[in-house]
Design a protein around this ligand. Structure first.
Ligand SMILES: Nc1ncnc2c1ncn2[C@@H]1O[C@H](COP(=O)(O)OP(=O)(O)OP(=O)(O)O)[C@@H](O)[C@H]1O
Length: 180
């Protein structure tokens, strides 16, 4: 989006300069256009990745609560900065070597509960479940209540004895998304 905007600006600036210099637009070749644009500080180079924005206090507060280990649900209208929060705390959790991936796909959860329970007791999945510290669920508006309940059920049953029976097997739950 930003890259497109830059191109529009570049074209506009070029047209204005061409007009003021009384040059016929078709006679302006590509290399010349970049020479014209450069003095204006507009460069026709590929877009660089956007720098990470500094979090505003509300965003930082959510990140802090998550890093303190709270279960958090945060929401807000489209493009209000939810993913920016997510990227910030996932980065921090990774630095703390916390595991946040249980290895499930949405398809896994379509399977019968018994099958999922049995798998969750299998060595590999069990090990993965057991080391999970944080479960992050994005786009919560498309996650049905039943799926959420099943997930709780399976995690309660599959985590090792010290976490067994506790809500989501004591895994920290972060939920985000919007309903707009
Ligand atoms: N604190 C901030 N300062 C400056 N820009 C920010 C800040 N937080 C977010 N942004 C910018 O706002 C835009 C939208 O942010 P983000 O993608 O995090 O929103 P979102 O709520 O996740 O959007 P969506 O609802 O589409 O998933 C991005 O370009 C992002 O870089």
């Amino acid at each position: 989006m930003r890259y497109q905007d830059t191109n529009v600006l570049l074209k506009k600036a070029e047209a204005e300069i061409v007009e003021s210099m009384n040059i016929h637009p078709e006679s302006v070749s590509a290399p010349r256009s970049s020479q014209i644009a450069a003095p204006l500080g507009i460069h026709n180079t590929p877009a660089e990745p956007e720098p990470k924005p500094n979090l505003i206090p509300e965003q930082q507060k959510v990140v802090d609560l998550i890093l303190q280990g709270h279960n958090v649900f945060y929401t807000g209208s489209a493009i209000c900065g939810k993913s920016t929060i997510l990227k910030a705390f996932v980065k921090q959790l990774r630095l703390q070597k916390k595991h946040n991936f249980a290895g499930w796909t949405p398809d896994s959860l379509k399977k019968p509960l018994d099958e999922l329970m049995a798998k969750a007791h299998g060595k590999k999945v069990f090990e993965r479940f057991d080391i999970v510290d944080v479960l992050v669920i994005d786009e919560i508006s498309i996650v049905g209540n039943l799926l959420f309940k099943r997930l709780n059920h399976i995690m309660k049953a599959s985590r090792s004895s010290r976490h067994k029976g506790r809500l989501f097997g004591s895994v920290q739950i972060i939920v985000t998304g919007d309903f707009y």
